[in-house]
Design a protein around this ligand. Structure first.
Ligand code: PRP
Length: 182
């Protein structure tokens, strides 16, 4: 039995995610021509999406990582975010494809996209698996979107609750009984 089935209600199965990832990869391929794809994964939530998207791309690819943590997301909308792991190399002149698991308020992305442009990237596009559009506070352009979702607490496929559930191969809604006991 799935140990998490009493805690998580599945919404997107592993198969549904894989099918959507391969559609997104096809669109990215079309738009990239023969150019190498410069993936930039936002840690930690996007690690699984990045792994699958980069394997589905069927083009030369570069895989880079950046760590970001937002301050007081629940309490404030200051947009203050902190770099927990910086890029290992320069992105000057690169056509960067940012890979993100979820856009929620948009604070993280609006900071990061501006930051990447200020470092001299030639272009910055965004692939996001999930769009929790009802909660948006800053406008963010998503060039490649997996799924729009309502304002529910989702976990799995990289997304966590208190560092748990990232390992699930599917995405589901966390049952309120789980977070009400924390
Ligand atoms: C999540 C997610 C995005 C951000 C989106 O990261 O991965 O980076 O929140 O929220 P926003 O649109 O409201 O800014 P989180 O801070 O939970 O860190 P994690 O990816 O390491 O889990």
């Amino acid at each position: 039995m799935d140990l998490t089935s009493t805690e998580v209600r599945p919404v997107f199965t592993a198969e549904a995610i894989a099918a959507r990832v391969s559609e997104l990869a096809a669109a990215i391929r079309r738009d990239s021509g023969n150019e190498e794809v410069f993936f930039l994964c936002i840690l930690k939530g996007a690690f699984m999406f990045m792994a699958d998207l980069s394997r589905a791309i069927d083009r030369h690819a570069r895989c880079e990582f950046i760590g970001i943590s937002s301050y007081g997301k629940e309490k404030s909308s200051s947009g203050e975010v902190r770099l927990t792991k910086d890029l290992d190399s320069s992105i000057e002149g690169a056509n960067v494809l940012v890979v993100e698991d979820i856009v929620d308020t948009g604070l993280t992305l609006s900071y990061l996209l501006a930051n990447l442009e200020s470092r001299g990237a030639a272009s910055v596009r965004l692939a996001a698996l999930l769009d929790k559009f009802e909660r948006r506070e800053r406008e963010v352009q998503i060039d490649y979107l997996g799924f729009k979702i309502p304002d529910e607490f989702v976990v799995g496929y990289g997304l966590d609750f208190a560092e748990r559930y990232r390992e699930l191969p599917y995405i589901g809604v966390l049952r309120p009984s789980v977070y009400s006991r924390v």
